[in-house]
Design a protein around this ligand. Structure first.
Ligand code: KG4
Ligand code: ZN
Length: 352
């Protein structure tokens, strides 16, 4: 089984070809990504109109390249998958329409993929993990703990009540005068910083429901920065290190609460899977390794290129759905919002 996947929900245009290698895992035959970071950097964040236009400019060439590098033609494919949301609507429409048109022209089944489901299933592409498992999704747009029970079957254990963690990294970076995207810059600055210099809050710590809140922490950083301004390089490093330490403590505490809830409501978890751009952070990765070591949980950290947005995860989610006979028609509309668990609910009742 061979599927082409297209991803255009945010600021990365991506196309990939993935094959089912045995019954449980996938082979990535090609995985082409074109980042728009340079186009958005001057604005300090993603500009939706620029994103949609940039996707349109490069998508056809990128899909050609993905097919070429995989040494396949459209005729060889068993299905064509495109992310249909959630995300920036203009960009989603570009990828979705392109995918539908290709499927129509090549007479192939079309699969509309939920971008979050694609993140959730990546651990099966890379490691063939069996259901159920706990997913920590930490990106620029999402911060959620999810029980992945099956394809289309998700239970949201907790999520952020305000900012996503990646968004908090980006906002803190901006506050401290570091360039966009801020996550890697904050991590780099934190390496030379003192993580105990500032006494920052750890919002939600100890709460049984594994929700997150980042806005209080973000405000605390702003107040500290204003108090000691003008900032030296050392101040910036110490603020970044203290912020990152607070995030690490929060992630571990919330994951512990999430695991407790998972065990109560779902049973034993086969693994803890981490996805999203923030999973590239070394301090967070190390803390999760310690946490999983202590709790006896298998930790699956896909390589950074498969944690951030990519086409392989869309192709794989499409392949898993196609394998179950879950295909979509040409009326499927782009969805700016598309919660995983609501989809799971609907799928459960035969509505999706
Ligand atoms: O998953 P992703 O590529 O895009 C979506 O948001 O869907 O995640 C991007 C986010 C950005 O907020 C970026 O600042 C953050 O991930 N990020 C990091 C690191 N690398 C990327 N945050 C902390 N540390 C990093 N090393
Ligand atoms: Zn994403």
């Amino acid at each position: 089984m061979l599927v082409l996947g297209i991803e255009t929900t945010c600021d990365e245009t991506a196309a990939a070809v993935v094959r089912l290698s045995d019954e449980t895992k996938g082979d990535i035959l090609s995985n082409e990504v074109m980042s728009q970071i340079a186009e958005h950097a001057a604005y300090g964040g993603v500009v939706p109109e620029i994103a949609a236009r940039a996707h349109l400019d490069v998508l056809d060439r990128l899909v050609d390249r993905a097919l070429e590098r995989a040494h396949v033609t459209l005729a060889d494919l068993d299905g064509i998958a495109a992310a249909a949301g959630p995300g920036l609507i203009g960009g989603v429409m570009v990828g979705l329409t392109f995918g539908k048109a290709l499927a129509l022209a090549a007479r192939k089944p079309f699969i509309a993929v939920n971008h979050l489901e694609a993140h959730a299933l990546t651990a099966r592409l890379t490691d063939g993990i069996a259901f159920p498992y706990m997913l920590l999704l930490v990106s620029g747009g999402h911060t959620q703990l999810i029980a992945v029970r099956g394809v289309g079957d998700y239970l949201r254990l907790g999520s952020t009540v305000d900012d996503a963690i990646g968004e908090a990294f980006d906002k803190v970076a901006k506050m401290l005068g570091l360039p966009y995207p801020g996550g890697p810059q904050v991590e780099k600055a934190a390496q030379d910083g003192n993580p105990t210099r500032f006494d920052l809050p750890r919002p939600m710590l100890g709460r049984p429901k594994p929700d997150f809140s980042l806005s209080g922490l973000k405000t605390a950083i702003r107040l500290e920065a204003e108090r000691i301004a003008p900032l030296t390089k050392e101040d910036v490093a110490d603020l970044c290190a203290s912020f990152q330490a607070a995030i690490v403590d929060t992630i571990i505490d919330r994951s512990r609460a999430g695991l407790r809830l998972f065990r109560e409501q779902v049973g034993a978890s086969n693994a803890m899977v981490v996805a999203g751009g923030v999973a590239a952070n070394g301090a967070i990765r190390r803390a999760l390794m310690r946490f999983c070591g202590e709790t006896g949980l298998r930790l699956v950290l896909p390589p950074p290129a498969l944690c951030t947005d990519n086409g392989a995860m869309i192709a794989w989610a499409g392949l898993e759905r196609l394998n179950l006979g879950l295909v979509d028609d040409m009326t499927f509309a782009a969805r700016p919002r598309w919660p995983l668990d609501a989809n799971g609910e609907a799928a459960h009742h035969g509505k999706a």
